[in-house]
Design a protein around this ligand. Structure first.
Ligand SMILES: NC(=O)c1ccc[n+]([C@@H]2O[C@H](COP(=O)([O-])OP(=O)(O)OC[C@H]3O[C@@H](n4cnc5c(N)ncnc54)[C@H](O)[C@@H]3O)[C@@H](O)[C@H]2O)c1
Length: 383
């Protein structure tokens, strides 16, 4: 293959960030868009100069001029859409989370294996330069043997154009029974994936406390996981600060990553947001000196652009793209293990999870969601 002819399936809120890398790649032609919302798909086709619009996935999949698809549909549709694309012989890049349950994810993987097509879950955090630098430093042994990995996510208020222009449709399926959980499933899944990617060792057990927050938030949350190796622990925190403004170009959120090793520390001081005036990566070396890597591209968009380009490159050169289906299943198991461990207040081995898990309050009824939205609006002075 010396060019990739790509179809984009689902032209919702995240599509502009994902499609940018495909439009930029010199050996990729975005040849079709597909969305039941014809007006939106036609508008974006004009903006991106894409020749064909479909409103039905089967029609796009029957188009012999398409080699591969990027699936950007609501997560609950990934199972059906990936299986249909595999059966149509298309190579597939699909957004996270892979599916609503481990069983669904396994069925998807079986279908792509049977069809012999390339399949990956797109993970923008794996292509975010500060996190790539941190991983490179760990692999080089710059901090010795990792002993504690700690990941913090904070969700707060923001006034970005990106957030203000999000379409409300994107909130509905995330907040109701179409999803097995809220923010820990929809967003923190990136951070579970990043934990497994930064320090690729076997997680044998998870403990967690997940609190009910407003809307789809599950905060504060704290989780700890044990690895096969006794001298390594993973930790995850999620907090919610609705009245705190956050500097960002995208969502009102930011992330911090800290990897302690036997010989030093690595800090990644931002991701989605730009809260801190610090170099995006800092290394504390064995001799006590500190190095700041201030020249990295720390714009969160870079991860999306390079993740899309990476998929095209892997189709062109025949290499295996990230994230593999097997890894995406382990990510889902870790995510559900956190819910399950909090529900039972007992350690959970993620490998035992074959279905899904949800918080006890999930899904919330529409009146509760409305009241919680009003309360946040009042606290922020918007209503
Ligand atoms: N990498 C990231 O950081 C990131 C960020 C946001 C969302 N996502 C993931 O991307 C996916 C989409 O999220 P979103 O926020 O854009 O959601 P969204 O609801 O805004 O967009 C989904 C789009 O899919 C379309 N759609 C629905 N059914 C369809 C069908 N049968 N065929 C074709 N299109 C169909 C909808 O009309 C809509 O335009 C989700 O899986 C989400 O988890 C990833």
């Amino acid at each position: 293959m010396d060019r990739v002819r790509l179809g984009i399936v689902g032209i919702g809120n995240i599509a502009p960030l994902n499609v940018a890398g495909y439009l930029e790649h010199e050996q990729c032609d975005v040849v079709a868009l597909c969305d039941p919302r014809r007006e939106k798909a036609e508008r974006m086709a004009r903006e991106w100069n894409v020749p064909t619009v479909y409103t039905d996935l089967e029609e796009l999949l029957a188009d012999g001029g398409i080699d591969a698809v990027e699936i950007l549909t609501p997560t609950n549709l990934h199972h059906d859409h990936v299986i249909a694309a595999a059966r149509a012989g298309k190579h597939i890049s699909c957004q996270k989370p892979m599916a609503n349950s481990v069983a669904e994810a396994r069925a998807m993987l079986a279908a792509v294996e049977e069809a012999g097509v390339v399949f990956r879950i797109s993970e923008c955090f794996f292509h975010y330069p500060p996190l790539m630098k941190a991983r490179e430093l760990i692999e080089e042994g710059a901090i010795g043997r990792p002993t504690v990995i700690r990941i913090k996510t904070v969700v707060a208020n923001t006034d970005t154009t990106f957030q203000a222009s999000l379409e409300p449709e994107g909130y509905i399926w995330r907040f109701d029974e179409h999803s097995p959980g809220g923010h820990l499933f929809d967003d923190v899944v990136h951070k579970y994936a990043t934990a497994l990617w930064l320090v690729p060792e076997h997680v044998r057990s998870v403990q967690a406390v997940v609190r009910r927050g407003p809307l789809f938030f599950e905060a504060p949350t704290a989780a700890i996981w044990e690895y096969e190796r006794d001298d390594l622990l993973g930790m995850m925190e999620v907090s919610y600060a609705p009245n705190q403004m956050i500097r960002s170009r995208y969502y009102g959120a930011d992330e911090f990553f800290e990897i302690q090793g036997t010989d030093g520390f690595i800090w990644v001081t931002r991701a989605t947001g730009e809260m801190l005036d610090l170099p995006p990566v800092m290394l504390y070396r064995p001799d006590g000196s500190t190095v700041g890597f201030g020249n990295l591209d720390a714009n969160w968009l870079r991860g999306f652009v390079d993740s899309s380009k990476h998929f095209v490159d892997s189709l062109l050169d025949g290499s295996v793209p990230d994230m593999t289906g097997d890894m995406a299943i382990r990510v889902l198991q870790l995510c559900f293990a956190v819910y399950e461990a909090s529900n039972t207040r007992a350690p959970v081995d993620p490998a035992t999870i074959e279905a899904a898990a949800s918080p006890p309050w999930w899904p919330k009824d529409p009146d509760t969601l409305l009241e919680e939205a009003m309360e946040i609006g009042r606290a922020q002075g918007r209503i």
